[in-house]
Design a protein around this ligand. Structure first.
Ligand code: ZN
Length: 156
């Protein structure tokens, strides 16, 4: 079976219903199946839908961004930082800029800061309110690249 490309609009909330993210007012999110472009729990549920379907999809943390790993919390002396003025919420990449893991500043103290390498949504159960906008077969080029192209996908 040909790989498919699915475009969908979504509103992401936590289990209390507080909105975390939404594609409303922008392009739908476009992904190719089977390559891990989106979180596994969401991909699995979307695969069962048809164009035009609306659905509310609950995704447990384990099928979303995984559990939090407290080993990814680390203190870094301020004089080791690329810039002196940092605030909570700033992000850094460890290692080389393109492939390093993003770390978020979660605490600023007297002499050091605390960085968290967990995804901001790690450990959270999520709820996606989705509407499927389009489903099509992936092009040969998309299959070769391993990702979807076009609005909401890769642009290059
Ligand atoms: Zn490409």
């Amino acid at each position: 079976m040909a790989q498919r490309v699915i475009s969908f609009h979504y509103t992401l909330t936590d289990v209390e219903g507080d909105e975390l993210d939404s594609s409303a007012g922008t392009e739908p999110l476009t992904f190719m199946e089977g390559v891990g472009q989106i979180i596994p729990g969401l991909e699995k549920a979307l695969a069962a839908l048809k164009k035009g379907d609306k659905s509310v999809i609950a995704v447990a943390a384990v099928d979303a961004y995984g559990d939090r790993d407290e080993e990814l919390l680390m203190a870094v002396p301020k004089d080791k930082l690329p810039k002196p003025d940092v605030k909570v919420g700033d992000q850094f990449r460890a290692g080389d800029a393109a492939h390093g893991m993003p770390f978020t500043v979660v605490e600023v103290r007297e002499a050091d800061i605390v960085l968290d390498g967990n995804h901001p949504l790690a450990g959270m159960d999520l709820k996606f309110d989705v509407e499927v906008v389009e489903i099509r077969d992936a092009t040969d080029e998309e299959v070769a690249h391993g990702h979807a192209h076009g609005p909401g996908g890769h642009d290059h």
